[in-house]
Design a protein around this ligand. Structure first.
Ligand code: PNS
Length: 163
């Protein structure tokens, strides 16, 4: 039986840390859905459709092996998406104890809601300090974010006027 996993996130924008986790998930599971989710707790910089496009371009450039699809989900519970597509696993990257503390309640709630297990993956420590919020801030202030994001994102940020 094949295992379908979902890698959810705001991806605002996708970073090299995200790509690292997606690649690890693609190596572990038969099918991986990378799902851009609206997080009501965060003010987003980029529209969801743009985040999906940047993810697709980044994954294509990275030539990640495996069955990986990119989509979005903005209505209802994430576990409803999982159930709809037959996914039994959620994958989250954890860079530090802070991430584990943030993710643990969500993992337990998602398991209670629909029996979906969450697998925590450790990204390469080279990406431990990289976050979308840091990228947004550096880019907004005119700094070089190319060490932290896929080339598609760096190119997009370079030609986009940010607030
Ligand atoms: O990249 P983020 O912002 O840390 O991702 C968090 C996200 C979007 C995965 C999380 O907020 C989420 O799962 N939202 C979906 C809404 C939901 O199902 N909530 C209830 C269980 S946590």
């Amino acid at each position: 039986m094949s295992t379908v996993a979902v890698v959810p996130g705001s991806f605002d924008p996708v970073t090299l840390g995200h790509l690292d986790v997606i690649e690890r998930a693609a190596g572990l599971f038969d099918e991986v859905h990378v799902v851009v989710v609206h997080n009501p707790g965060k003010a987003a910089l980029f529209p969801i459709a743009q985040r999906v496009t940047l993810l697709e371009q980044s994954l294509s450039q990275a030539k990640i092996a495996g069955d990986v699809v990119v989509t979005s989900w903005s209505v209802g519970l994430l576990v409803d998406y999982c159930t709809d597509v037959g996914a039994t696993v959620l994958v989250k990257g954890v860079r530090s104890q802070v991430d584990v503390t943030y993710e643990t309640p969500m993992a337990i709630v998602n398991r209670n809601l629909a029996g979906i297990e969450t697998v925590f993956l450790l990204p390469d420590p080279a990406h431990a300090h990289v976050s979308s919020s840091l990228v947004r801030q550096v880019a907004s202030l005119g700094g070089d974010v190319s060490p932290y994001v896929p080339a598609a994102v760096a190119d997009y940020l370079a030609k986009t006027e940010l607030p």
